[in-house]
Design a protein around this ligand. Structure first.
Ligand code: 5GP
Ligand code: MN
Length: 327
């Protein structure tokens, strides 16, 4: 069922025990929207008739420590708690919930609040809207006068991460209006942009440099590809949470239509991050390989050999470029 509710109170429908969770390897929008909703439900618990609210998130990057609401996070471990309502945020498909999908299955009602075009509508209530970010959707579900400076901080961080600080075409005038309203709450927006989006540790810069050095151009320079092995991540003492900025740097290469960054998550298991200028629909390719995302930013996990993964993905990009006579 796809519904068009405009207020969170309708969605909550007198649920007493609520769980909130984002997707595996949470990004800024996932953390921002989850902590914003968690803070809101905790703060207005009584008024909303809620007895318990829990938040589940996998480990996230240190740059997000400045957000409020993180202290309540439960580990993303399998459990058997039964909730009246389970709210999945920024999650395009059920498998993206990781181990907490077991708790999702036990919940009496499930809610899916998201903005991915590839969303599989996996919950009982699916609130999937066209928006820059899930954080933008959360803003529209809460009355402005109930948004504290701390909630605004979370929502602002979510929006800047999914819009690449208001530069991606998913940024609309509504996004900017909401960002303005959040700034009016007194948030330190400049610090939030610098500290959560642009700041990199020395190690992160080294790994970005390494990935750029080893990148290759294929399909007449229309596609840039780079990859990193687990061994190399160990060498630089980084984890997958440190790789955030790599695909962003590959993406801005002149003449490139698609940037592809592949990193090893387990032996013979690779996570793929794709970015496109818009001519190629990378969500379509990611969905084909069992993943998902947006037209210009998508990802998937591929098992097997690295070269096979890259070759297969490149073939799909080539097919789309041929369709529009770009190669
Ligand atoms: P990233 O490349 O930054 O990991 O992800 C880009 C976009 O694609 C994000 O919106 C993210 O949620 C989505 N995405 C990445 N990997 C997957 C995946 O394996 N499955 C699905 N459904 N979406 C993904
Ligand atoms: Mn998002």
């Amino acid at each position: 069922m796809v519904i068009n509710m405009d207020k969170i109170r309708d969605i909550l429908n007198n649920s007493k025990k609520i769980a909130i969770a984002g997707h595996v390897r949470p990004d800024g929008d996932c953390i921002g929207s989850s902590t914003a909703l968690y803070q809101y439900l905790s703060l207005y618990k009584k008024e909303l008739g809620i007895e318990q609210v829990d938040i589940y998130l996998e480990p996230y990057g240190d740059q997000f420590q400045l957000l409020s609401g993180l202290e309540g996070i439960k580990c993303s471990c399998a459990g058997n708690e039964v909730y009246d309502m389970f709210i999945a945020l920024d999650c395009g498909s059920k498998d993206r919930l990781g181990v907490v999908s077991e708790i999702f299955d036990l919940a009496k009602t499930t809610v899916n609040i998201d903005h991915h075009i590839s969303n599989t509508m996996f919950a009982t209530i699916n609130h999937v809207a066209e928006a820059s970010s899930t954080s933008e959707i959360i803003y529209t579900l809460i009355d402005d006068d109930k948004i504290t400076k701390e909630i605004a901080t979370s929502l602002y961080v979510g929006i800047i991460h999914d819009t690449g600080v208001f530069k991606h075409p998913n940024t609309t005038s509504r996004t900017m209006t909401i960002a303005g309203k959040l700034i009016d709450k007194g948030i330190d927006y400049s610090k939030l942009i610098n500290d959560t989006f642009y700041a990199k540790t020395y190690k992160q810069n080294l790994i970005i440099g390494r990935c750029l050095m080893e990148s290759i151009l294929v399909l007449d320079g229309k596609v840039i590809v780079s990859s990193i092995s687990q061994k190399m991540m160990d060498f630089y003492d980084v984890t997958t949470a440190d790789l955030d900025g790599v695909v962003e740097k590959l993406r801005v290469t002149k003449g490139v239509e698609v940037a592809m960054f592949v990193y090893e998550t387990n032996p013979s298991e690779y996570k793929v991050s794709m970015r496109s200028t818009g001519k190629v629909n990378v969500s379509k390719i990611a969905v084909y390989f069992g993943g998902g995302g947006h037209v210009q930013a998508a990802g998937c996990t591929i098992h097997g050999r690295l070269n096979d993964a890259i070759n297969n993905l490149t073939l799909h990009i080539e097919a789309q470029l041929k369709e529009i006579n770009e190669v």
